[in-house]
Design a protein around this ligand. Structure first.
Ligand code: SAH
Ligand code: SF4
Length: 347
């Protein structure tokens, strides 16, 4: 049997081509799109479509949904963490964070990850599969429905490496920003990467207005290679050059993520070297005390170290903040909830 078509991953033009190729007028595509936007996942609910078209959709298409397997709400702030499952039983995590200017969701782009960063729970678990564009959208839709609110932004910072699944991610961005879809502003979408340099160039060639975050986590290649295998393939000089180009091409300031790991990358010398590497770049550094993941042996830098590190950057005019750890009681750093779920014998 032929594989069914992923209806919600289709762009408006593709949906139109599908209905017209099947002998239906073009406006049927718009009607289907409206049902999808309402979150309908059962073809029988698409009441304004003729019965034959509904039958055709049932036999040849499917609608992705993200089912809530688990939901944790932080007692400290209003952070909500979800474990979602898809049609094949695979699970990913997503986190909704509330900020002054609205709520943002952190979504996953893959089940697992191939990149193997040594501090990361997702990286430790290996790779299972890419998510489709519709599965990325479904995480946003499910959270919106569950919380009864409209999310104002999305960060691709959950499980997986977005640039290792770029085609589906680009399709997701196109659908999420489309006025017929979720209508999110591109400037409210942030893609985080561990630094796959050629893919950064491919992304910037699309001239999207999305924000780029780069997981740096070290001031030089020697330290970076210890925690991030990707640094062996793509050294820092080339990575920082790509970031400068991104800023030039898109006008969007790049954010660098830097997890402070005690005794690994948090010395004053590291801070000075980092400041030198980033000087004049028009960037922002997000310092995050590393979340200890069991089995990694890493612990976060103490408060004194964090302060010293951020001060050295500030003195050298590098914009830096120590990120509030939201939802610290619910393991809000991605990969940990799914890890626990697997250990207990879940899918
Ligand atoms: N693969 C992409 C996006 C997903 S990871 C990337 O690496 O950028 C999202 C962010 O969480 C990255 O900045 C990653 O380095 C960081 N991260 C992963 N494990 C972490 C941990 N244990 N503590 C703090 N940050 C972590
Ligand atoms: Fe993958 Fe990002 Fe985790 Fe590295 S930090 S293993 S790239 S998800």
């Amino acid at each position: 049997m032929e594989a069914k078509l992923d209806l919600k991953s289709m762009l408006p033009g593709e949906l139109e081509a599908f209905v017209t190729e099947n002998g239906c007028p073009r406006f049927r595509a718009k009607q289907i799109g409206e049902w999808l936007k309402k979150g309908v996942s059962d073809f029988d609910e698409m009441r304004n479509l003729p019965a034959e078209l509904r039958e055709l959709l049932k036999t040849s298409c499917y609608i992705s949904v993200a089912n809530i397997e688990k939901k944790l709400v932080s007692r400290y702030d209003k952070t909500v963490k979800y474990l979602f499952s898809f049609g094949d039983g695979e699970c990913v995590e997503a986190v909704v964070m509330e900020y002054r200017h609205g709520s943002t969701i952190c979504i996953s782009t893959q089940v697992g990850c191939k990149m193997g960063c040594t501090f990361c729970a997702t990286g430790q678990g290996g790779f299972v599969r890419d998510l489709t564009a519709s599965e990325m959208l479904a995480q946003i839709e499910a959270a919106q429905r569950d919380l009864g609110l409209r999310l104002s932004g999305a960060v691709l910072m959950g499980m997986g490496e977005p640039l290792d699944n770029l085609d589906n991610v680009l399709r997701f961005i196109e659908l999420a920003t489309s006025p017929e879809g979720l209508n999110l502003g591109a400037r409210h979408i942030t893609l985080s990467t561990c630094g796959i340099v050629p893919k950064i160039y491919e992304l910037m060639s699309r001239r999207l207005q999305i924000n780029l975050a780069v997981s740096l986590h070290a001031p030089n290649d020697q330290i970076r290679r210890r925690t991030m295998p990707v640094a062996r393939a793509y050294p820092m000089d080339g990575l920082l050059e790509a970031c400068r180009e991104y800023f030039k091409t898109t006008g969007r300031r790049v954010t660098f993520e830097y997890a402070l790991i005690s005794g690994v990358n948090d010395s004053d010398a590291c801070a000075r070297e980092l400041a030198e590497r980033l000087s004049g770049m028009g960037c922002h550094v997000n310092l995050i005390p590393v979340n200890s993941v069991s089995g990694t042996g890493y612990t976060k830098s103490d408060l004194k170290r964090q302060r010293s590190f951020v001060n050295i950057l500030a003195e050298r005019h590098i914009a830096a903040t120590v990120r509030r750890t939201l939802g610290s009681d619910i393991n809000a750093s991605c990969g940990q909830l799914r890890g626990n779920h697997l250990k207990k014998g879940g899918q």
